[in-house]
Write a protein that binds this ligand. Structure first.
Ligand code: GLU
Length: 303
């Protein structure tokens, strides 16, 4: 109950920020989204929930999906994944090619585009149908079906030259085993997963609960794997401002250009905030402020 009141208070406090900034405009389907929306939901490890605003409105989760694809890859191949992908923040834009050249096609981390494309390649190698496996995994987390937004996926593909360049580049270094088109198809679809804040908070609650989904009781990952995903979210989860997020919020977060941000409060709860208008760093402006207020008011931090 105290959290419900806190979310309501935060909704009021961020009121003026909602709609400020720019919605992502690189594909028409995202450019059309009404910027004046805001949702915030939390899911406790005890199953308790709280939410405000448009917490039930589905949105394009975009790069937040990198947490799910990474989790699925860890389920399938465990530690072997790290032979292909690093664990350092990049300090370069999420879609930069420069670092990849210096580092011989091995992406810095699984949350930049190159890293997520390398993860998608592993999924293609280890699943009969990677797109279906990812849908099944996320649907399983919620115990109800989710789907891709096929229009967004097609649009990503139509405007995906830089991601295609990244994929070809990695393949030229031998760091992709599968044809670029097949790998990108998985990557573009995962970016087009569409869920609401309430669904995201629930789906990500295993990250706060030592790897066990509190909703279903099922183990998603080991405690150590989940600790490591949270470490990567903290250091690499919010584009080039992960340091600022750690400083101001102090929780592992992963954001996406759809305006969604998830955050983990280990052993307590999982949060998801969404507001489509982005600040200069590519993170939701109102969403970032809401998380900052929540962490301060609720007195939660990993530090
Ligand atoms: N689909 C987007 C891209 O690959 C994801 C961007 C993001 O959310 O960071 O460009």
């Amino acid at each position: 109950m105290k959290h419900q009141r806190l979310l309501e208070q935060i909704h009021q406090q961020v009121g003026e920020l909602i709609g400020q900034g720019e919605v992502a405009s690189y594909i028409p389907a995202l450019a059309r989204v009404d910027p004046d929306q805001f949702g915030f939901a939390l899911c406790g490890v005890d199953g308790s929930e709280a939410s405000v605003g448009s917490a039930d409105t589905p949105f394009s989760i975009q790069s937040v999906s990198k947490v799910f694809s990474l989790s699925l890859a860890l389920q399938l191949i465990g530690e072997q994944l790290w032979e292909r992908i690093g664990r350092e923040p990049s300090g370069d834009p999420f879609n930069s090619l420069v670092q990849l050249e210096h580092e011989h096609g091995k992406p810095r981390n699984p949350f930049i585009n190159a890293g997520a494309i390398a993860v998608a390649d592993r999924l293609v190698s280890h699943c009969v149908d990677a797109k279906r496996s990812l849908l099944e995994m996320v649907s399983g987390l919620l115990d109800s079906p989710v789907d891709y937004d096929y229009e967004v996926a097609a649009s990503e593909a139509a405007h995906g030259s830089r991601n295609a360049a990244t994929a070809h580049f990695m393949r030229s270094f031998g760091n992709l085993d599968n044809p670029v088109e097949v790998v990108l198809d998985v990557y573009f679809h995962q970016c087009a997963l569409t869920l609401s804040c309430r669904q995201m908070a629930r789906a990500c609650a295993y990250l706060a609960n030592g790897g066990v989904n509190p909703g279903t009781g099922g183990r998603v990952l080991t405690e150590r794997q989940v600790r490591r995903i949270n470490a990567l979210m903290l250091t690499c989860g919010t584009y080039d401002v992960a340091g600022e997020f750690a400083f101001m919020i102090g929780l592992p977060c992963k954001s996406g250009v759809g305006g969604g941000i998830i955050a983990t409060v280990p052993e307590q709860m999982s949060l998801c905030v969404w507001s489509p208008a982005l600040g200069p760093s590519g993170n939701s402006l109102a969403g970032t402020k809401a998380l900052e207020l929540f962490a301060a008011e609720a007195g939660v931090s990993v530090f």
